[in-house]
Design a protein around this ligand. Structure first.
Ligand code: NAD
Length: 267
């Protein structure tokens, strides 16, 4: 039995992860954490998640939640994820990180911690998006120069980071396949007389509104034709299922940084 602790236990993703762990053979919830002062502290994690009492109270002590756990699944906020990763390293527990919006220097901290413990870190845990990552590389490399790349993502209005971690990863994959440096060619903003687009740039556009779970389209626009690769998430459950699959996959793995391509056997 793989024992899973969940941070952000009262959050949108945390709640679905707790519920779906209870439905997954071979895994069980061993701890649930929320931030200090959260109104759900002390309540039953299963009750809060909507799947019935589990006998696990939500605590603000990660150490306590990890005491009986093998792996932490963390979908929170970047600073919180970094602090939690340090605790996992100290206690020698594996970690699945779903949090997005980490700055490059914050990603480096995760990389350093992954030298001590096994970590799955992926901006998007869905099977469909990870298959898109794989074929995007092929489309970009096959088309080569001559097609303008624009990425448009849509998310709910509560999302804090922009563009989404998934859109950034898509941009990085395309840039890499075309021999460009994503940080040099990403264009997040066009306004006024900003001039013609350059051939190298990758346009990154965001839409925020309502309850959109998450949509990504990569446009490869040529002269007289275009390819559009779109992924639409209809619910959060496939992210949660991916995270749970990653948690199960991590059991017994050596320290290291893994992504969902590895977990899903796509590379
Ligand atoms: P959310 O705001 O609903 O949940 C975050 C939760 O973390 C909140 O309940 C908050 O109280 C809690 N939290 C804050 N500080 C904490 C602490 N110190 N200890 C424990 N819990 C703490 O957000 P969400 O929609 O669930 O998304 C969370 C993150 O997951 C975001 O970065 C989002 O972009 C990302 N996400 C990733 C994927 C993926 O597949 N990788 C999919 C969906 C969302």
């Amino acid at each position: 039995m793989i024992k899973v602790a969940v941070t952000g236990a009262a959050g949108r993703m945390g709640g679905r992860i707790i519920t779906l762990v209870t439905e997954t053979e071979g895994l069980q919830v061993a701890g649930a954490v929320e931030m200090a002062g959260h109104p759900k502290l002390g309540e039953d994690a299963g009750y809060v998640a909507g799947c019935g009492d589990l006998g696990i109270k939500i605590t603000d002590s990660l150490e306590q939640a990890l005491a009986d756990a093998d792996v932490l699944v963390d979908f929170t906020w970047p600073e919180v994820t970094l602090a939690n990763a340090a605790v996992c390293a100290k206690l020698n527990k594996a970690m699945v990180v779903g949090t997005t919006g980490l700055k490059p220097e914050q990603r480096e901290v995760i990389e350093a911690i992954a030298a001590k413990i096994p970590v799955v870190f992926a901006p998007n845990m869905s099977v469909g998006v990870n298959v898109c990552f794989k074929i995007l590389k092929e489309i970009a490399a096959t088309l080569g120069e001559g097609f303008d790349v624009e990425i448009v993502e849509l998310h709910h209005k509560m999302k804090k980071d922009s563009p989404s971690g998934t859109a950034v990863r898509m941009g990085e994959i395309v840039a890499e396949a075309l021999g460009r440096d994503y940080n040099q060619v990403a264009n997040y903003h066009r306004e006024g007389m900003c001039g013609e687009r350059t051939q190298e740039e990758i346009g990154m556009q965001t839409v925020r509104g309502g309850d959109i779970v998450g949509e990504h389209t990569v446009y490869f626009v040529g002269m007289g034709e275009r390819i559009e690769l779109t992924h639409r998430a209809m619910s959060r459950d496939m992210f949660a299922r991916g995270a749970i699959r990653a948690a199960g996959w991590l059991a017994g793995k050596p320290a290291g940084l893994y992504d969902m391509q590895k977990v899903l056997g796509l590379e």
